[in-house]
Design a protein around this ligand. Structure first.
Ligand code: NAG
Ligand code: NAG
Ligand code: NAG
Ligand code: NAG
Length: 670
């Protein structure tokens, strides 16, 4: 029950009172009694209930009851009125001798009013959910969900739906959350009363509320926006809403305009008030307020263990062989391949780096949303021009040019499969980014606006790794996740110079010291296993790289709750190069096999061009034996000339859109 509203009742007068079913009126009897009143009695029509406090012994309130200085009458009404003034309550005051001094009469009109949302998250707007005014995470939680309407339903002149303040197409309503005003009562509100919907200034930045225009509803045509009016916008914080009379429902459509971020926790409150007129010229006062709360759905990333839907790669003047390899892999695995052609990519082949696929979800709707990186290479138009569309959303964060580094490419933004860490569950996994080593003040970092955005989504709490030791600086250069049938449902694959040296020493011991890496390539001087093992400087560089990866390994074990058995070390060597800052940083010495594309049980792995034993590449053989145990098949793709030599590999040059999780983010225990 809502806190009772104080009502003044003057003797010798008839007052008209509107009472909302479910709320109570509080009358301090003594305050409005005539002088020398000693007793009172109460009489009312059947639709009115009351209680007297302090309670009296008297069974019939029609006979005079002693009036106490603290006597209070609490009035409620059980159902809506059919007509204005159709209920009545009279308080009669008596003097010392039980002589009647005066009557105070209330003419009552009862209304049922409830502003409703899908607070139980089943896709249907239920009636008056008692929890609709608050938001609670978890399977036993409650609270409605709002999507950012970040797709583009318009047919012409592409724009985000959030950027236009009208409804372009009826299908746009599905991207909004329905809110229903349910009322019951007389045909019209008593004179001067009105209903208003209102929001705070800060919430107004984040939503719009539309409602169908009642009278033009019949001649509404799809594609024509005139069937809807804006009730609330960033400039209109309060709007009157119609009271339709009788038993009525009015639908509203709430549109989310922005994602949770550093300055926005995602929660939105909408109030609906019944205003009572005091007298002409004075503002009305609210006598009843109903409150609903929404949370804006977070942007969610999809780990390698989720089912792929489509794969994106670029076609460039020099990557024919790579493209052919990718085509075979993707089509044979049964997924869709999208090729971004040169007119769009303008030679930028790093499909992984310009964007990250994710999705947003409400109980009634789910669609993919691309996060556009501030990297802004020559692929910069691709996410907006080619991906944004009906039920395909778009979000980006703008950064100053000077604040953007290679670490802002989304090869440096990954997400783990679901994990449990010391009893805490992360059913949507955890986001992984690479930053500068925590002990240095210089060094590159992922730009703050993107980090803030990622942290604010909350449901995949990020982990920051150290990736600045690499020339390119992306976490996908030393780690990935593959599905596994056992243990935690996945393995973490880490690049490992130690595993590389171990493999090469084994080759030497077995008499293959003269086997050559890069044999037969005319763009790379071959090198023997012996030469690699004899180069002490090279060994020192790889020891350094191993220590950088081990630092990350420890962070990943701790933050993802992994054991050594959950991790597979891949034989990969690196070399150090002096980069443009005159800092020594690492690049893969041969194609970096961990930088792979994961499509269900099929892996597309950079072809390493390792030393051959009995005609078979020893690195490929090792990779296959490690992966086959997990039921995964390896396809080696030659990316040497067109990606590896440009400091990227298969993963950097591709992107995968995946299905979302079955798990609903609002069921997280936070
Ligand atoms: C009220 O009571 C006072 C004293 O008890 C008395 O003087 C006065 O006349 C009374 N007034 C009326 C209206 O009865
Ligand atoms: C209800 O009562 C008020 C005051 O007595 C009056 O102004 C109003 O017209 C009444 N309404 C109806 C519908 O009778
Ligand atoms: C909405 O109603 C709640 C509860 O009555 C109140 O705390 C809040 O300030 C109101 N907000 C607005 C914008 O009216
Ligand atoms: C880089 O970002 C991380 C993670 O937010 C932060 O802890 C660190 O202080 C930043 N480092 C620098 C050098 O800005």
């Amino acid at each position: 029950m809502i806190r009772p509203r104080t009502l003044r009742v003057d003797y010798d007068k008839t007052a008209n009172v509107v009472c909302v079913v479910g709320s109570a009126l509080h009358v301090a009897l003594n305050r409005s009694a005539p002088p020398n009143s000693t007793f009172f009695s109460v009489k009312c029509t059947p639709n009115v209930q009351y209680s007297i406090d302090p309670p009296t012994q008297v069974t019939s309130h029609l006979s005079p009851i002693t009036l106490d200085g603290k006597s209070v009458l609490l009035i409620t009404m059980s159902s809506a009125s059919q007509h204005e003034n159709d209920s009545k309550l009279t308080v009669r005051y008596y003097g010392q001798n039980k002589d009647v001094l005066s009557n105070a009469i209330l003419h009552l009109t009862a209304l049922e009013i409830s502003l409703d949302v899908d607070a139980d998250r089943d896709g249907v707007v239920e009636k008056n959910n008692p929890n609709k005014g608050s938001w609670k995470w978890g399977p036993d939680g409650h609270g409605a969900v709002l999507l950012v309407n970040c797709d583009s339903e318009r047919r012409y002149g592409k724009k985000l739906d959030t950027e236009v303040d009208y409804i372009a197409k009826l299908s746009d309503l599905r991207d909004m959350s329905e809110m229903v005003l349910r009322t019951r009562g007389p045909a019209k509100l008593p004179d001067g009363y009105k209903l208003t919907m209102h929001i705070s200034q800060s919430d107004a930045e984040s939503i719009r509320v539309y409602s169908p225009r009642p009278h033009s509803y019949s001649n509404f045509l799809p594609g024509v926006s005139s069937g809807f009016t804006r009730v609330l916008t960033s400039r209109v914080l309060s709007g009157q809403v119609p009271y339709l009379g009788g038993v009525a429902e009015t639908s509203f459509y709430v549109e989310g305009l922005r994602f949770p971020d550093k300055d926005f926790d995602g929660l939105i409150t909408i109030n609906l008030s019944l205003l009572e007129p005091i007298c002409r010229g004075l503002p009305e006062t609210p006598i009843f307020t109903d409150t609903v709360v929404f949370r804006v759905a977070p942007w969610i990333m999809t780990p390698n263990t989720l089912r792929p839907v489509e794969v994106f790669v670029c076609s460039t003047s020099d990557n024919y062989g790579f493209l052919k390899g990718m085509k075979n892999l993707v089509l044979n695995s049964g997924y869709k391949l999208n090729i971004c052609h040169e007119y769009m990519n303008r030679g930028d082949r790093w499909m992984q780096d310009e964007l990250e696929f994710g999705y947003i979800e409400a109980p009634h709707q789910r669609f993919p949303v691309v996060l556009d990186s501030p990297r802004d290479g020559k692929l910069l138009d691709f996410p907006y021009s080619e991906l944004l569309g009906p039920d395909f959303g778009y979000v980006t964060r703008m950064a100053l040019r000077k604040d953007v580094s290679s670490l802002d490419s989304f090869g440096n933004l990954e997400v783990s499969p679901p994990v449990t860490v010391n009893g805490k569950e992360y059913p949507l996994g955890r986001i992984i980014i690479g930053v500068a080593f925590p002990t240095t003040t210089k060094g590159r970092n992922m730009t703050k606006v993107v980090q803030d955005f990622l942290w604010a989504q909350k449901v995949q709490e990020p982990i920051a790794l150290f990736s600045d030791w690499l020339v390119v600086g992306h976490v996908d250069e030393f780690m990935t996740f593959v599905p596994a049938p056992d243990r935690k449902g996945f393995r973490l694959l880490l690049a490992s110079p130690d595993a590389g040296y171990k493999l090469f020493r084994g080759l030497k011991n077995n008499g293959h010291g003269q086997a050559k890496l890069f044999e037969g390539r005319n763009d790379q001087k071959p090198i023997t296993v012996d030469e690699i093992l004899e180069d002490e400087g090279f060994q020192a560089e790889n020891n350094y790289v191993q220590s950088c990866i081990d630092w990350n390994r420890d962070v990943l074990k701790r933050e993802l709750g992994l054991d050594d058995a959950d991790i597979i070390d891949l034989p990969i060597l690196f070399k150090l190069e002096q980069d443009t800052d005159y800092e020594f940083r690492a690049v893969a010495f041969y194609p970096d096999m961990v930088n792979m594309i994961v499509l269900g049980k099929s892996l597309g792995i950079p072809k390493p061009f390792g030393p051959k034993v009995n005609g078979r590449c020893a690195l490929e053989a090792e990779m296959c034996s490690l992966m086959e145990g997990l039921g995964l098949t390896c396809t080696f793709i030659d990316d040497f000339a067109s990606y590896h030599r440009l400091l990227g590999e298969v993963h950097c040059g591709s992107n995968v859109r995946r299905e979302g999780f079955d798990f609903k983010w609002w069921n997280l225990d936070m």
